[in-house]
Design a protein around this ligand. Sequence first.
Ligand SMILES: *Cc1c(COP(=O)(O)O)cnc(C)c1O
Length: 394
Amino acid sequence: MALSLPVYLDNHSTTRVDPRVVETMLPYFNENFGNAASKHHEFGWRADAAVGHARAAVARLIGADSGEIFFTSGATESINLALKGVAEGLGSSGDQIITAATEHEAVLDSCRTLERAGFTITVLPVDAAGRVDPDDVKRSMTPRTILVTIMMANNEIGTITSMAEIGAHCREAGVLFHSDATQAVGKVPVSVADANLDLMSFSAHKMYGPKGVGALFVRSTHPKIRITSQMDGGGHERGLRSGTLNVPGIAGFGMAAELARQEMAGESIRLASLRDVLEEGIVSQLGDVTVNGDRKSRLPHNANMTFPGVKADRLIIGMKDIAVSTGSACSSAAQEPSHVLRAIGRTGEEVLSSVRFGLGRFTTAEEIQFTINRVVQTVQTVRARTLQPAHLST
Ligand SMILES: *Cc1c(COP(=O)(O)O)cnc(C)c1O
């Protein structure tokens, strides 16, 4: 089979929508185009039924109840709602929020906004694998702590942090616990109960669903969570998030969740073995390559590698037929060197020599073989050029 180029290995930025998800969405653009809030006719009822069906599928994937799922426009909105909504809801009882250095910009920037509003933000360091020490979380809590927010899986290095112990500390202290689980949901098993989570944000487009739709899980009992809506209007989503529901997007999210639940086990084995082939193929031929992130507890489709002496942007420009990235798409837009790689102890130079590969459901063994060859070739070419005296270079 001919390889179709460029090879897409940027699945942490976004994923292709699964064709079965597209199929599920189409009727809600066409014959079933109704507004899910229209209570008086068949069009509205059909849309509402689709939303209910999707809500149940999304809830099932994370071990929640349907009533604990609130649809949003994506993880960024869910995170803003969780952090600012809790800060506003609980602002009278405390003012400290605890988070970690490797969080996504949606978390870090929301925290900066809350800091300007008078909240105290504690940013915890991580170890060399990118993991927060649960004891650090416990030690950082004060009677003024209202919320802890720690990501489940990192979007650059793939490190998975176990939530249960951190969640237990939070529960003991009566502090709410939120996680940005955008990279974990649909890729590795997630149970909000086992993780002791009160709030969790995630997104459809990172798990083969459409862009522009996400969810916030809000635990419904023990504790009862006070969270203030950030969008005023018609009172949709039980008053937490006003605005006409994105019915086709939500129907697609539901199908994506159902597919992930059924196919995750097999898919993660396939992707982890392709990822290992990629890493071993590159490391065995180039030698001095470092693999970033935790070697054991890591997303199965993540490979983040440092190529000493090679600037990542030159490497990426040199292999236009492979779509990869230097870090998160968000920070690439801002041209900032990765705060995640800095936080795990990489030097400034190492950060600028690192590339993130993100495999996905549609990645093939042929594509991985092609990528190994292209990366090795390009690194060798870039190094040869760099080593040449300036007057000899063409
Ligand atoms: C992609 C991503 C987000 C943002 O999700 P959107 O749905 O694009 O807003 C937040 N956190 C992590 C870890 C991500 O990977």
